[in-house]
Design a binder for this molecule. Structure first.
Ligand SMILES: [Mg+2]
Length: 250
C-alpha cells in the first residue's frame, strides 16, 4: 500500500504535474504484474485523478479521497458519500473562498475541499488559514466536518473515514499471513500507520524523520527505489521475509 504525493512523487506546485521519481513507474508496472502482489495506492487525491497520473499498464487498486473512494483494477468504483448537509457545507465554503479571491488555491474533491498554499509566502499562508477558518466558523463548524492540516495546506473533510479505514478494509480481504506494508509521508498517513499496527510494515517515506506511528523510515528516492526492488525480489522469490531488510529501522 502506497501513498502517492510526497511518497512516490515529489511535490509540485501544479498537482497534475506531480510525476513519480525516475524509476518508480517502471517498478510499479513490474509489481502490479506479479501474481503474489496486490498493489494498492491510498491517497487524498480523488481516485480517478490519481488513476490518470499512473501508467495505463500499472494495475493498481486505488483508494482515493482519504478512504472515501475505491477504484478497482477492473474499473469498478465505489464512493462512500458524505451526507447531503456535509456536502452542502463543503460547497458553501468553496463558494465563499472563491468569492474572497482564493479560487486558485482550492481543490474541490468528491468528498472534501482542500486549500493549497505551498506556493505562497508564510504571511499569505497565514491569511488563507485565517480566512478559511473564519468562513467555516461562520457556517457553524458542523461537528462532523473538520479542517485538518496536510503538508501544504488545510483540508475540510469528514473523519468518519480515513486512510486508516481504507487500510482496515484492504487488510480484511487478505489472508492474515500475507506480508503487508504501507508507505506514506504526510500527517494523513498516520491513520494508516496506526491501522496497520503490528500487522505489517509501516514506513515513513520522507526526507526528514518526524514523530510518527510508523515503525520504519526511509528517504525517497534512493531508499524508496531500493525498497521497491527488494519488494519485487521478495515477491518473485516467494521469500516475503526479505522485505524486512528494506527500510531503515527508526
Ligand atoms: Mg503524501
Amino acid at each position: 500500500m502506497l501513498d502517492y504525493d510526497g511518497t512516490l512523487a515529489p511535490f509540485h506546485i501544479d498537482r497534475f504535474a506531480a510525476s513519480p521519481y525516475p524509476g518508480v513507474e517502471d517498478r510499479l508496472a513490474v509489481l502490479s504484474g506479479l501474481p503474489r502482489v496486490h498493489l494498492v495506492l491510498v491517497s487524498g487525491r480523488s481516485a480517478r485523478e490519481l488513476r490518470g497520473l499512473l501508467r495505463p499498464a500499472t494495475e493498481a487498486e486505488i483508494w482515493g479521497s482519504h478512504g472515501r473512494e475505491r477504484l478497482k483494477c477492473d474499473g469498478s468504483y465505489k464512493l462512500f458519500a458524505l451526507d447531503p448537509e456535509q456536502q452542502a457545507t463543503l460547497e458553501r465554503v468553496a463558494e465563499q473562498m472563491a468569492a474572497l479571491g482564493f479560487s486558485e488555491t482550492l481543490e474541490v474533491k468528491p468528498t472534501s475541499l482542500a486549500v493549497h498554499w505551498r506556493s505562497f509566502e508564510p504571511a499569505v499562508q497565514e491569511q488563507i488559514r485565517s480566512l478559511i477558518q473564519s468562513v467555516f466558523a461562520q457556517l457553524g463548524e458542523p461537528d462532523d466536518l473538520h479542517l485538518l492540516p496536510f503538508d501544504g495546506g488545510l483540508e475540510l473533510r469528514s473523519t468518519d473515514r480515513t486512510k486508516g479505514t481504507a487500510v482496515e478494509q484492504i487488510l480484511a480481504l487478505e489472508p492474515a499471513t500475507l506480508p503487508v506494508a504501507y508507505l506514506g509521508d504526510d500527517l494523513t498517513d498516520e491513520d494508516a500507520f496506526a491501522a496497520i499496527g503490528d500487522r505489517g510494515f509501516s514506513i515513513l517515506a520522507r526526507t526528514e524523520v518526524r514523530e510518527s506511528f510508523a515503525r520504519f523510515w526511509l528517504r525517497p528516492p534512493e531508499e524508496l527505489l531500493e525498497f521497491l526492488d527488494q519488494w519485487i525480489a521478495a515477491a518473485r522469490s516467494q521469500s516475503p521475509a526479505t522485505i524486512e531488510s528494506a527500510g531503515a529501522s527508526r
